[in-house]
Design a protein around this ligand. Structure first.
Ligand code: FPP
Length: 251
């Protein structure tokens, strides 16, 4: 963001299409820390550097939306010092990077149940959203205290209130109407779901939205992840044939 990275675009094969929306489960900070004889929090700090690199790389490659899983609704079950450390880390990172986000024209949004987050973090999330609201570059969607099931429950509840108020009838509820009640209804669904760290699961991430995402899992731990790994994932994505339940060549 601050300074442009080198030649990422040139490293992407010419026939490769950049996914419009990349969603990343940033996994492996703890294992990376263990491998380096460091604390889990130091692993998350190294993960923060990878986050910076990848935001910059996606911006440079022309990705339209980047969704990053920073803290899941289930992560509250971690040791208290890791949870509070992560909250401070995310707060500090946003405070430090906000000017660069603005400078790069990146629009920041946060998705998740933010009323359960510390006040200072909520404030910086709101400040970042407000300062970047008119930016028309890449959208950076930070998922924090986010759960895919919770998001669907929240959307269902919003629709139930509308039925109760007599605004809509139960039979008016469609996929489109439910989608409009998700946390970030204006965003296109992810094209590429990327999971560093090697685990073959989706971990309650964007359950509705990833219905037709291509999943790429890499063993690289998140703190080691860089633009080159991103290019590799995009190349693998391009080798996939996306059918959306249809038959190739048949409209
Ligand atoms: C999962 O790794 C990672 C997290 C729960 C935290 C992700 C947060 C960051 C990468 C910090 C940067 C965020 C921003 C917004 C600057 P893990 O701890 O589960 O790793 P493990 O599976 O190896 O234990």
């Amino acid at each position: 963001m601050a300074q442009s990275t080198s030649d990422l675009r040139e490293r992407l094969p010419a026939d490769c299409q950049v996914p419009a929306h990349i969603a990343i489960i940033m996994d492996g900070n703890g294992r990376w820390a263990q491998e380096h004889g460091l604390s889990r929090l130091e692993g998350h700090l190294a993960g923060r550097e990878a986050t910076h690199r990848v935001v910059q790389a996606c911006d440079e490659l022309g990705v339209q939306v980047l969704s990053l899983y920073a803290f899941s609704a289930e992560n509250w079950g971690r040791p208290g010092d890791e949870v509070s450390g992560l909250m401070s880390l995310i707060e500090d990172a946003l405070a430090q990077e906000l000017d660069d986000l603005v400078g790069a024209g990146i629009r920041f949004i946060a998705s998740g149940r933010r009323d359960e987050l510390p006040v200072a973090l909520r404030q910086i999330l709101a400040r970042a959203e407000a300062r970047t609201a008119d930016d028309d570059g890449m959208v950076l969607n930070l998922l924090i205290n986010y759960g895919g099931r919770a998001e669907i429950v929240d959307a269902t509840r919003a629709l139930a209130y509308r039925v109760q108020a007599g605004e809509i009838a139960p039979e008016d509820i469609t996929e489109q109407l439910l989608r409009e009640c998700l946390y970030a209804p204006g965003l296109p669904d992810p094209d590429l779901l990327l999971r560093p760290g090697g685990e073959m699961r989706v971990s309650n991430f964007l359950l509705w939205e990833i219905a037709y995402a291509e999943i790429v899992v890499t063993p690289v731990l998140w703190p080691d992840f860089d633009g080159g790994h991103l290019i590799e994932a995009i190349v693998e994505y391009n080798a996939r044939q996306r059918r959306f339940g249809g038959v190739p060549g048949v409209e």
